[in-house]
Design a binder for this molecule. Structure first.
Ligand code: FMN
Length: 236
């Protein structure tokens, strides 16, 4: 059946929408390994993402096993001892964090901490949860995304599409992910450990693996605004 055949439409819409709606940030993974071939397959389909003038600006460093352990050990050590490069690659938060964005961000954090039983003001527990980023939440595969500094800001738009494709391709294969800005907090250390040349910048990371269904942090569900709240239709 051809993709444009109307008979295929309902099934395709249902499946594609389900994969999009099912995707969520998973912050606890099982140790079940993800074979290199499967990671390559996901990256291959994700690279079908569009990019301005087909520049395909993405560059990926995929780590597992000892390579992942080395990276995590180094960054966790820096995180716990306040060492290393703390100057992020770029502004992760706006200088002026205004509503509605600020309240959404607060809600996101509060819901995660509530699920984990972390009370307001328990900074040690929050710090420990933040540290989980640098273990890729125990996912068997970690992805680090780098971008040539000589590229324009338009490449960031392209990159987002590639990242989302990875997350959807993973979900369609029964895997889960968590996009991680946290890795951009340690660009100097990542450059050293992963031998990233000066002309490349660290954009973000991603945990990839099988979700731990028993983990409370994986029960968190985030909400979205209805279309009418973020769209102005004109001329319909
Ligand atoms: C680019 C990007 C970076 C993110 N960085 C982190 C991160 O460093 N740590 C983390 O726990 N979650 C991170 N997230 C996950 C967001 O908090 C999450 O996507 C958001 O709360 C919506 O929830 P959902 O992904 O479950 O739909 C990131 C998401 C994106 C898209």
């Amino acid at each position: 059946m051809h993709a444009d055949d109307p008979r295929s439409t309902v099934a395709r819409v249902t499946q594609v929408d389900a994969v999009m709606r099912e995707r969520r940030s998973v912050r606890a993974f099982l140790p079940t390994p993800v074979p290199r071939e499967l990671v390559a397959e996901i990256l291959s389909v994700a690279a079908s993402a569009p990019s301005g003038t087909n520049t395909q600006p993405w560059q990926v460093i995929a780590v597992a096993g000892e390579a992942k352990k080395d990276l995590c050990d180094r960054v966790l050590q820096a995180f716990h001892h306040e060492q290393g490069e703390h100057q992020p690659e770029y502004d992760i938060y706006p200088a002026e964090f205004v509503d509605p964005y600020l309240s959404r961000r607060r809600r996101c954090g509060l819901d995660l901490y509530a699920a984990l039983g972390i009370s307001r003001g328990d900074t040690d527990a929050m710090h420990a949860q933040h540290a989980r980023n640098f273990a890729f939440f125990d996912a068997p595969v970690g992805l680090i995304f780098i971008l040539d500094r000589r590229m324009a800001r338009s490449s960031w738009v392209d990159y987002g599409m590639f990242l989302q494709n990875i997350m959807l391709a993973a979900r369609a294969r029964g895997l889960d992910t968590c996009a991680q800005m946290a890795w951009a907090l340690y660009p100097g250390l990542l450059a050293e450990v992963l031998q990233i040349p000066d002309r490349q910048m660290v954009l973000c990371g991603m945990a990839l693996g099988h979700a731990d269904p028993a983990a409370v942090e994986n029960r968190v569900r985030t909400e979205r605004e209805p279309v009418g709240n973020f769209t102005r239709f004109s001329g319909f």
